[in-house]
Design a protein around this ligand. Structure first.
Ligand SMILES: [Zn+2]
Length: 425
């Protein structure tokens, strides 16, 4: 996280002065805390330090009456001292969920090996919870990665279903963990100025992400939707949660329990977002919905284009082409919308004789990738381009017909889809 990036963040926080109040009762916010027993555990090998950080985290949660879900990496539970830390979370009324045993990245691991690790985490945690008469209900994907292929997505979802675990999605993915090392180094060096800088960065980054995701979630569902905040059990959190929670309350958030938030239709909105990177539920839904919309728009455009042809309106037919469109046919290459229009006009001098055109899409593919968020994190991009393989069929007034294939490539320019390539044969 650089200072430059955060300068952009300042602008975003100021710009996003949207009203966030979710009514008198407040907007429900579920706090989730990942990587228990201790985030960045290699920085905190001293059991006394782990105990102190845990006490500080639990004190802030209690002060603000937060009922959190903590997600345990069972492979990081090093014996009785760490189990005692987990027991303190339970004693304070928080719930513990499964965050796998080895925190494996699903995008880099075969499904069966990943599922075996997730199950080892569940079984380990359940063994501990048995002694407290509790059950593992919730699951959190390491790195928020839910499957980079449809097969993996289906396999891990089937595993979660049959083992009785529910994925708790994250809507506010704020990278809070990335401040821990800088915070711990500054604290150990006794560098007050550095601590203050990390604190400023942490608060600014998290608040920016809260505002961004709140706006996005409301936009997707056209109502004030609950949010799920991702935090980590770490030392910077122990120092910064108090200011963060106070600010959240001031913005109209109400700390809510898992059962309330996990029953909201926005949080349980189904998706089949397949990608290597993880991230906010809202970004997944925005990506999927954007994809549907882009496909509908392009299909409608092709329909309009065929209708324009069928009424003999070559001008309207060619309006779909970009200024610099390239038209490829067996007779050669035509460059530019005007040249494409001139070519058609030369071939079809009698509009009434142009016939009726239909364009039947056979295969539609989208081009999209990653965009940078205001904080510099990767997030799924909007659809940048669409290619359509289609069959064209032309039926003349005398009943004769012709048919062939075409490959049409659309780009989005100035908010509208235009044809940049058309290869008809
Ligand atoms: Zn994690």
């Amino acid at each position: 996280m650089t200072r430059r990036v955060l300068a952009i963040g300042v602008v975003a926080v100021i710009a996003a002065s949207v009203a966030l109040a979710g009514g008198d009762a407040g907007r429900p916010l579920l706090v989730t805390v990942d990587d228990l027993p201790m985030g960045a555990g290699r920085l905190h090998s001293d059991p006394a330090e782990r105990a102190r950080i845990t006490s500080d985290l639990l004190a802030v949660l209690a002060k603000h009456r937060v009922g959190a879900v903590g997600f345990v990496v069972w492979g990081n539970v090093r014996g009785a001292a760490d189990e005692a830390l987990l027991a303190r979370w339970l004693d304070d009324g928080h719930e513990l969920g499964n965050h796998t045993k080895g925190h494996l990245d699903l995008s880099r691991t075969a499904a069966d090996a990943w599922i075996a690790d997730a199950e080892a985490g569940r079984a380990g945690l359940q063994g501990f919870l048995d002694r407290h008469s509790r059950t593992v209900r919730f699951f959190r994907f390491p790195f928020l990665r839910e499957g980079d292929t449809p097969e993996k997505l289906d396999a891990v979802r089937a595993y979660l279903d049959r083992s009785g675990q529910r994925n708790v999605p994250v809507t506010i993915d704020d990278q809070d963990w990335s401040y821990e090392e800088a915070w711990v180094n500054a604290r150990r060096a006794g560098d007050a100025a550095a601590l203050a800088r990390v604190a400023d960065d942490y608060q600014l980054a998290l608040r920016t992400e809260v505002l961004t995701q709140t706006e996005l979630g409301d936009e997707l569902f056209e109502r004030a939707v609950p949010q799920v905040l991702l935090l980590h059990a770490n030392e910077v959190g122990a120092a910064q949660w108090e200011a963060l929670f106070t600010w959240l309350e001031g913005r109209g958030f109400r700390f809510a329990g898992a059962d309330e938030v996990m029953s909201d239709a926005a949080i349980t909105a189904p998706h089949r977002f397949v990608a290597g990177p993880g991230g906010s539920l809202w970004f997944r839904l925005r990506r999927e919905r954007g994809s549907e919309k882009a496909r509908e728009q392009v299909t409608a455009l092709l329909r309009d284009q065929a209708a324009a042809w069928s009424r003999g309106d070559l001008e309207a037919f060619c309006a779909a082409y970009a200024d610099d469109a390239v038209f490829v046919s067996p007779s050669g290459i035509t460059r530019g919308r005007q040249a494409v229009l001139d070519r058609y006009r030369a071939r079809y001098t009698d509009p009434a004789a142009m016939g009726t055109l239909t364009l039947e899409p056979l295969d539609v593919r989208e081009a999209w990738g990653a965009e940078a968020s205001v904080l510099g994190d990767a997030l799924p991009s909007r659809t940048h381009g669409i290619s359509v393989a289609a069959r064209w069929t032309l039926v003349k007034a005398d009943g004769s017909s012709a048919t062939g294939l075409t490959l049409i490539v659309f780009h989005r320019r100035a908010g509208a889809w235009v044809i940049v390539h058309d290869a008809s044969m």
